[in-house]
Design a protein around this ligand. Sequence first.
Ligand code: ARG
Length: 397
Amino acid sequence: MTERAVLAYSGGLDTSVTIRWLVDQGFEVHAVVVDVGQQDDFAGLVERGMHAGATTVRVADAVDRFAAGYLTRAIVANALYEGAYPMVSGLARPCITEEVVRVARELGAGTVAHGCTGKGNDQVRFEVSFMVLAPDLRIVAPIRDANMAREKALALAAEWGIAVPAVSSTYSVDENLWGRTVECGPLEDPWVAPPEDAFARTAPPEARPSEPAEVVLAFERGVPVGIDGEPRSLPDIVRSLDVLGGAYGFGRVDMIENRRVGIKSRELYEVPGALSIIRAHRALEDLTLERDLAHHKPALEARWADLVYDGQWFGPLRAAIDAYIGSTQRDVTGEVRLRYEPGSCTVVGRRSDRSLYDLSLATYGGDDAFDHADAAGYLRLYGLPLKVWAARQGGSP
Ligand code: ARG
Protein backbone atom coordinates (compact mmCIF):
# COMPACT_ATOMS: atom_id res chain seq x y z
CA MET A 1 0.00 0.00 0.00
CA THR A 2 1.31 3.47 -0.82
CA GLU A 3 1.91 5.55 2.23
CA ARG A 4 -0.39 8.46 2.86
CA ALA A 5 1.11 11.82 3.73
CA VAL A 6 -0.88 14.82 4.91
CA LEU A 7 0.80 18.10 4.00
CA ALA A 8 0.32 21.53 5.54
CA TYR A 9 -0.25 23.30 2.21
CA SER A 10 -0.14 27.06 1.73
CA GLY A 11 -0.26 27.07 -2.06
CA GLY A 12 3.05 28.93 -2.25
CA LEU A 13 6.23 27.93 -3.98
CA ASP A 14 7.74 25.61 -1.39
CA THR A 15 4.64 23.63 -0.46
CA SER A 16 3.61 23.24 -4.11
CA VAL A 17 7.01 21.81 -4.96
CA THR A 18 6.73 19.61 -1.87
CA ILE A 19 3.56 17.97 -3.20
CA ARG A 20 5.21 16.84 -6.39
CA TRP A 21 8.36 15.83 -4.54
CA LEU A 22 6.39 13.59 -2.17
CA VAL A 23 4.46 12.05 -5.06
CA ASP A 24 7.75 11.24 -6.77
CA GLN A 25 8.87 9.55 -3.55
CA GLY A 26 5.83 7.29 -3.75
CA PHE A 27 3.52 9.05 -1.30
CA GLU A 28 -0.19 9.53 -1.76
CA VAL A 29 -0.43 13.22 -0.86
CA HIS A 30 -3.37 14.87 0.86
CA ALA A 31 -2.86 18.60 1.08
CA VAL A 32 -4.61 20.72 3.70
CA VAL A 33 -4.94 24.46 3.22
CA VAL A 34 -5.84 25.93 6.57
CA ASP A 35 -7.82 29.14 6.30
CA VAL A 36 -6.51 31.32 9.10
CA GLY A 37 -7.83 34.46 7.45
CA GLN A 38 -5.31 34.83 4.63
CA GLN A 39 -7.96 35.84 2.04
CA ASP A 40 -6.40 33.77 -0.71
CA ASP A 41 -8.05 32.50 -3.86
CA PHE A 42 -8.76 29.11 -2.32
CA ALA A 43 -10.20 27.62 -5.50
CA GLY A 44 -6.95 28.53 -7.26
CA LEU A 45 -4.89 26.94 -4.47
CA VAL A 46 -6.87 23.72 -4.68
CA GLU A 47 -6.33 23.66 -8.42
CA ARG A 48 -2.59 24.28 -8.05
CA GLY A 49 -2.31 21.53 -5.45
CA MET A 50 -4.18 19.03 -7.60
CA HIS A 51 -2.10 20.05 -10.59
CA ALA A 52 1.06 19.44 -8.55
CA GLY A 53 -0.10 15.88 -7.96
CA ALA A 54 -2.06 15.80 -4.71
CA THR A 55 -4.74 13.12 -4.38
CA THR A 56 -6.91 15.53 -2.43
CA VAL A 57 -6.62 19.20 -1.49
CA ARG A 58 -8.99 20.41 1.15
CA VAL A 59 -9.55 23.81 2.68
CA ALA A 60 -10.13 23.79 6.43
CA ASP A 61 -11.81 26.89 7.82
CA ALA A 62 -10.03 27.72 11.07
CA VAL A 63 -10.62 31.48 11.20
CA ASP A 64 -12.88 31.49 14.24
CA ARG A 65 -10.76 28.94 16.06
CA PHE A 66 -7.62 30.95 15.27
CA ALA A 67 -9.23 34.12 16.58
CA ALA A 68 -10.78 32.59 19.69
CA GLY A 69 -8.02 30.19 20.68
CA TYR A 70 -4.92 32.07 19.58
CA LEU A 71 -5.48 35.77 18.92
CA THR A 72 -7.41 36.45 22.12
CA ARG A 73 -4.46 35.06 24.09
CA ALA A 74 -1.97 37.08 22.04
CA ILE A 75 -3.98 40.24 22.66
CA VAL A 76 -4.22 39.88 26.42
CA ALA A 77 -0.49 39.06 26.43
CA ASN A 78 0.27 42.19 24.31
CA ALA A 79 2.35 39.68 22.41
CA LEU A 80 5.20 41.26 20.44
CA TYR A 81 8.33 39.23 19.83
CA GLU A 82 11.40 41.37 20.51
CA GLY A 83 9.01 44.18 21.29
CA ALA A 84 7.87 44.57 17.68
CA TYR A 85 6.55 41.51 15.84
CA PRO A 86 3.00 40.34 16.66
CA MET A 87 3.90 36.77 15.65
CA VAL A 88 1.71 36.36 12.60
CA SER A 89 3.35 33.05 11.64
CA GLY A 90 4.22 31.87 15.14
CA LEU A 91 0.56 31.94 16.20
CA ALA A 92 -0.73 30.32 13.03
CA ARG A 93 1.57 27.29 12.89
CA PRO A 94 0.20 25.43 15.93
CA CYS A 95 -3.34 26.17 14.73
CA ILE A 96 -2.49 24.76 11.29
CA THR A 97 -0.86 21.74 12.92
CA GLU A 98 -4.09 20.92 14.74
CA GLU A 99 -5.97 20.74 11.41
CA VAL A 100 -3.28 18.67 9.72
CA VAL A 101 -3.28 16.16 12.58
CA ARG A 102 -7.07 15.99 12.46
CA VAL A 103 -7.00 15.14 8.74
CA ALA A 104 -4.15 12.66 9.23
CA ARG A 105 -6.25 10.82 11.83
CA GLU A 106 -9.30 10.90 9.62
CA LEU A 107 -7.36 9.35 6.73
CA GLY A 108 -5.30 6.99 8.87
CA ALA A 109 -2.13 8.56 7.46
CA GLY A 110 1.22 7.62 8.94
CA THR A 111 3.10 10.68 7.72
CA VAL A 112 2.71 14.41 8.03
CA ALA A 113 4.70 16.88 5.96
CA HIS A 114 5.56 20.55 5.81
CA GLY A 115 7.35 22.67 3.23
CA CYS A 116 9.60 24.70 5.50
CA THR A 117 13.26 25.34 4.91
CA GLY A 118 15.94 24.46 7.43
CA LYS A 119 16.68 28.08 8.23
CA GLY A 120 13.37 29.25 9.54
CA ASN A 121 11.25 29.12 12.65
CA ASP A 122 8.24 27.54 11.04
CA GLN A 123 9.87 24.09 10.86
CA VAL A 124 10.42 24.34 14.62
CA ARG A 125 6.80 25.27 15.27
CA PHE A 126 5.40 22.53 13.06
CA GLU A 127 7.63 19.77 14.29
CA VAL A 128 7.45 20.54 17.99
CA SER A 129 3.65 20.78 17.67
CA PHE A 130 3.51 17.47 15.78
CA MET A 131 5.66 15.88 18.49
CA VAL A 132 3.15 16.86 21.14
CA LEU A 133 -0.10 16.24 19.24
CA ALA A 134 0.86 13.16 17.23
CA PRO A 135 4.20 11.72 18.34
CA ASP A 136 3.49 8.49 16.44
CA LEU A 137 3.44 10.16 13.02
CA ARG A 138 6.50 10.37 10.84
CA ILE A 139 7.43 13.92 9.83
CA VAL A 140 8.89 14.65 6.41
CA ALA A 141 10.25 18.01 5.32
CA PRO A 142 11.53 17.69 1.74
CA ILE A 143 12.55 21.31 1.15
CA ARG A 144 14.73 21.26 4.23
CA ASP A 145 16.03 17.73 3.91
CA ALA A 146 16.99 18.21 0.27
CA ASN A 147 18.56 21.54 1.29
CA MET A 148 16.64 23.17 -1.53
CA ALA A 149 17.57 26.79 -2.24
CA ARG A 150 14.91 29.18 -3.50
CA GLU A 151 16.40 29.17 -6.99
CA LYS A 152 16.19 25.38 -7.07
CA ALA A 153 12.56 25.39 -5.90
CA LEU A 154 11.73 27.97 -8.57
CA ALA A 155 13.48 25.87 -11.21
CA LEU A 156 11.61 22.73 -10.15
CA ALA A 157 8.30 24.58 -10.18
CA ALA A 158 9.04 25.70 -13.73
CA GLU A 159 10.10 22.20 -14.78
CA TRP A 160 6.98 20.65 -13.27
CA GLY A 161 4.67 23.28 -14.71
CA ILE A 162 3.62 24.58 -11.29
CA ALA A 163 2.67 28.24 -11.64
CA VAL A 164 3.65 30.38 -8.66
CA PRO A 165 2.24 33.84 -8.01
CA ALA A 166 4.54 36.65 -9.17
CA VAL A 167 5.10 38.04 -5.67
CA SER A 168 6.38 34.69 -4.42
CA SER A 169 9.13 34.61 -6.99
CA THR A 170 10.63 37.73 -5.39
CA TYR A 171 9.59 37.48 -1.74
CA SER A 172 8.66 34.78 0.73
CA VAL A 173 5.27 35.81 2.08
CA ASP A 174 3.07 34.43 4.82
CA GLU A 175 -0.37 35.82 5.57
CA ASN A 176 -3.28 35.42 7.88
CA LEU A 177 -5.86 37.37 9.83
CA TRP A 178 -3.19 38.78 12.15
CA GLY A 179 -1.00 40.22 9.38
CA ARG A 180 1.44 39.65 6.57
CA THR A 181 5.12 38.72 6.67
CA VAL A 182 7.65 39.37 3.91
CA GLU A 183 11.21 38.09 3.59
CA CYS A 184 13.92 37.42 0.98
CA GLY A 185 14.83 39.06 -2.32
CA PRO A 186 16.07 42.65 -2.00
CA LEU A 187 15.24 42.62 1.73
CA GLU A 188 18.17 40.32 2.44
CA ASP A 189 20.40 43.40 2.43
CA PRO A 190 19.48 45.14 5.70
CA TRP A 191 20.68 48.46 4.29
CA VAL A 192 18.20 48.39 1.42
CA ALA A 193 15.00 50.33 2.13
CA PRO A 194 11.87 48.19 1.70
CA PRO A 195 10.69 48.48 -1.91
CA GLU A 196 7.02 49.54 -2.21
CA ASP A 197 6.19 46.31 -4.04
CA ALA A 198 6.89 44.36 -0.84
CA PHE A 199 3.74 45.82 0.72
CA ALA A 200 0.17 44.75 0.08
CA ARG A 201 -1.88 45.72 3.13
CA THR A 202 -0.53 49.20 3.82
CA ALA A 203 -0.87 52.19 1.51
CA PRO A 204 2.18 54.03 0.17
CA PRO A 205 2.74 57.58 1.48
CA GLU A 206 1.15 59.31 -1.52
CA ALA A 207 -2.10 57.33 -1.21
CA ARG A 208 -2.89 57.92 2.48
CA PRO A 209 -5.88 60.09 3.43
CA SER A 210 -4.89 63.46 4.85
CA GLU A 211 -7.93 63.77 7.15
CA PRO A 212 -7.58 61.78 10.39
CA ALA A 213 -10.10 59.08 11.33
CA GLU A 214 -11.10 57.96 14.81
CA VAL A 215 -12.55 54.70 16.09
CA VAL A 216 -13.65 53.60 19.53
CA LEU A 217 -12.62 50.06 20.35
CA ALA A 218 -14.50 48.29 23.15
CA PHE A 219 -12.91 45.55 25.27
CA GLU A 220 -14.36 43.05 27.70
CA ARG A 221 -11.88 41.37 30.03
CA GLY A 222 -9.08 42.26 27.68
CA VAL A 223 -10.70 41.04 24.48
CA PRO A 224 -12.02 43.38 21.74
CA VAL A 225 -15.79 43.07 21.43
CA GLY A 226 -16.95 46.05 19.40
CA ILE A 227 -16.19 49.12 17.32
CA ASP A 228 -17.95 52.48 17.64
CA GLY A 229 -20.61 51.07 19.93
CA GLU A 230 -21.44 48.10 17.66
CA PRO A 231 -20.80 44.58 18.95
CA ARG A 232 -18.55 42.77 16.44
CA SER A 233 -16.79 39.43 16.23
CA LEU A 234 -13.04 39.39 16.78
CA PRO A 235 -12.18 38.39 13.17
CA ASP A 236 -14.37 41.23 12.00
CA ILE A 237 -12.69 43.75 14.31
CA VAL A 238 -9.21 42.66 13.31
CA ARG A 239 -10.09 42.92 9.62
CA SER A 240 -11.73 46.33 9.97
CA LEU A 241 -8.78 47.83 11.81
CA ASP A 242 -6.38 46.18 9.40
CA VAL A 243 -8.13 47.81 6.47
CA LEU A 244 -8.49 51.19 8.19
CA GLY A 245 -4.94 51.27 9.58
CA GLY A 246 -3.61 49.93 6.28
CA ALA A 247 -5.27 52.75 4.35
CA TYR A 248 -3.32 55.20 6.55
CA GLY A 249 -0.10 53.27 5.93
CA PHE A 250 0.10 52.38 9.61
CA GLY A 251 1.46 49.01 10.75
CA ARG A 252 4.68 48.57 8.81
CA VAL A 253 7.46 46.93 10.79
CA ASP A 254 10.98 46.61 9.38
CA MET A 255 13.17 44.68 11.78
CA ILE A 256 16.23 42.56 12.26
CA GLU A 257 15.03 39.58 14.22
CA ASN A 258 16.71 36.75 16.09
CA ARG A 259 15.40 33.43 14.86
CA ARG A 260 15.17 30.34 17.04
CA VAL A 261 17.70 28.63 14.77
CA GLY A 262 20.38 31.18 15.59
CA ILE A 263 20.19 33.37 12.50
CA LYS A 264 19.57 37.09 12.43
CA SER A 265 17.19 37.91 9.63
CA ARG A 266 15.65 40.99 8.09
CA GLU A 267 11.87 40.88 8.17
CA LEU A 268 9.06 43.09 7.03
CA TYR A 269 5.65 42.92 8.60
CA GLU A 270 2.36 44.55 7.75
CA VAL A 271 0.25 44.40 10.87
CA PRO A 272 -2.07 47.42 11.13
CA GLY A 273 -4.92 45.54 12.84
CA ALA A 274 -2.72 43.64 15.27
CA LEU A 275 -0.72 46.71 16.33
CA SER A 276 -3.85 48.86 16.68
CA ILE A 277 -5.44 46.30 18.98
CA ILE A 278 -2.36 45.72 21.12
CA ARG A 279 -1.82 49.46 21.45
CA ALA A 280 -5.42 49.98 22.54
CA HIS A 281 -5.32 47.01 24.90
CA ARG A 282 -2.21 48.37 26.62
CA ALA A 283 -3.85 51.75 27.01
CA LEU A 284 -6.83 50.16 28.75
CA GLU A 285 -4.51 48.19 31.02
CA ASP A 286 -2.75 51.45 31.93
CA LEU A 287 -6.08 52.65 33.23
CA THR A 288 -7.27 49.49 34.98
CA LEU A 289 -4.29 47.49 36.28
CA GLU A 290 -2.95 48.12 39.76
CA ARG A 291 0.63 49.44 39.75
CA ASP A 292 2.57 46.35 40.85
CA LEU A 293 0.54 44.12 38.60
CA ALA A 294 1.12 46.51 35.71
CA HIS A 295 4.86 46.42 36.36
CA HIS A 296 5.07 42.65 36.68
CA LYS A 297 2.94 41.54 33.75
CA PRO A 298 5.27 42.71 30.92
CA ALA A 299 8.02 40.30 32.06
CA LEU A 300 5.65 37.39 31.57
CA GLU A 301 4.37 38.83 28.32
CA ALA A 302 7.89 38.77 26.91
CA ARG A 303 8.33 35.19 28.07
CA TRP A 304 5.00 34.23 26.48
CA ALA A 305 6.06 35.79 23.19
CA ASP A 306 9.41 33.96 23.25
CA LEU A 307 7.67 30.65 23.91
CA VAL A 308 5.16 31.07 21.12
CA TYR A 309 7.80 32.33 18.71
CA ASP A 310 9.92 29.30 19.60
CA GLY A 311 7.21 26.76 18.83
CA GLN A 312 6.26 25.92 22.42
CA TRP A 313 2.54 26.63 22.01
CA PHE A 314 1.51 23.20 23.27
CA GLY A 315 3.94 23.26 26.18
CA PRO A 316 2.97 23.63 29.83
CA LEU A 317 4.69 26.95 30.47
CA ARG A 318 2.69 28.75 27.79
CA ALA A 319 -0.51 27.42 29.32
CA ALA A 320 0.60 28.37 32.84
CA ILE A 321 1.49 31.92 31.80
CA ASP A 322 -1.87 32.15 30.02
CA ALA A 323 -3.59 31.27 33.28
CA TYR A 324 -1.70 34.08 35.04
CA ILE A 325 -2.41 36.57 32.27
CA GLY A 326 -6.06 35.53 32.19
CA SER A 327 -6.32 36.35 35.87
CA THR A 328 -5.01 39.88 35.25
CA GLN A 329 -7.76 40.74 32.78
CA ARG A 330 -10.75 40.79 35.12
CA ASP A 331 -11.01 44.57 35.10
CA VAL A 332 -9.73 45.26 31.57
CA THR A 333 -13.15 46.28 30.31
CA GLY A 334 -13.81 49.63 28.70
CA GLU A 335 -13.21 51.70 25.61
CA VAL A 336 -10.23 53.20 23.84
CA ARG A 337 -10.19 55.93 21.22
CA LEU A 338 -7.72 55.41 18.40
CA ARG A 339 -6.82 58.12 15.93
CA TYR A 340 -5.37 57.28 12.53
CA GLU A 341 -3.25 59.76 10.66
CA PRO A 342 -0.87 59.14 7.75
CA GLY A 343 1.60 56.52 9.02
CA SER A 344 0.35 56.48 12.60
CA CYS A 345 -2.21 55.20 15.06
CA THR A 346 -2.41 56.99 18.39
CA VAL A 347 -4.40 56.38 21.53
CA VAL A 348 -6.20 59.66 22.23
CA GLY A 349 -8.67 58.58 24.91
CA ARG A 350 -9.64 55.74 27.24
CA ARG A 351 -12.46 55.13 29.72
CA SER A 352 -13.65 52.30 31.93
CA ASP A 353 -16.09 51.62 34.74
CA ARG A 354 -13.22 49.69 36.29
CA SER A 355 -10.80 52.59 35.95
CA LEU A 356 -8.33 53.15 38.78
CA TYR A 357 -7.81 56.72 37.66
CA ASP A 358 -9.25 58.92 40.40
CA LEU A 359 -9.69 62.53 39.36
CA SER A 360 -9.97 63.71 42.97
CA LEU A 361 -6.49 62.27 43.58
CA ALA A 362 -4.95 63.26 40.27
CA THR A 363 -6.23 66.80 39.88
CA TYR A 364 -4.05 69.86 40.29
CA GLY A 365 -7.21 71.88 40.73
CA GLY A 366 -8.80 72.96 44.00
CA ASP A 367 -11.15 69.98 44.49
CA ASP A 368 -8.45 67.74 45.79
CA ALA A 369 -8.78 64.65 48.02
CA PHE A 370 -5.03 64.01 48.14
CA ASP A 371 -3.62 64.74 51.62
CA HIS A 372 -0.57 66.95 51.13
CA ALA A 373 0.50 66.57 54.75
CA ASP A 374 0.73 62.79 54.17
CA ALA A 375 3.14 63.48 51.32
CA ALA A 376 5.49 65.53 53.51
CA GLY A 377 5.73 62.80 56.21
CA TYR A 378 6.01 60.03 53.66
CA LEU A 379 8.87 61.73 51.89
CA ARG A 380 10.83 62.15 55.17
CA LEU A 381 10.80 58.34 55.52
CA TYR A 382 11.22 57.61 51.85
CA GLY A 383 14.34 59.76 51.57
CA LEU A 384 15.80 58.70 54.94
CA PRO A 385 18.25 56.03 53.66
CA LEU A 386 19.76 58.46 51.18
CA LYS A 387 19.92 61.21 53.79
CA VAL A 388 21.88 58.92 56.14
CA TRP A 389 24.14 57.78 53.32
CA ALA A 390 24.78 61.31 52.10
CA ALA A 391 25.75 62.43 55.61
CA ARG A 392 28.48 59.73 55.67
CA GLN A 393 29.97 61.08 52.41
CA GLY A 394 31.34 64.12 54.20
CA GLY A 395 29.06 66.41 52.29
CA SER A 396 30.36 65.44 48.82
CA PRO A 397 28.58 62.31 47.56
N1 ARG B 1 10.14 35.54 10.74
C1 ARG B 1 8.75 35.34 10.97
C2 ARG B 1 8.52 34.25 11.99
O1 ARG B 1 9.41 33.49 12.23
C3 ARG B 1 8.00 35.12 9.69
C4 ARG B 1 8.05 33.76 9.12
C5 ARG B 1 7.35 33.71 7.80
N2 ARG B 1 7.20 32.38 7.34
C6 ARG B 1 7.21 32.02 6.05
N3 ARG B 1 7.07 30.75 5.79
N4 ARG B 1 7.37 32.87 5.09
O2 ARG B 1 7.49 34.14 12.56
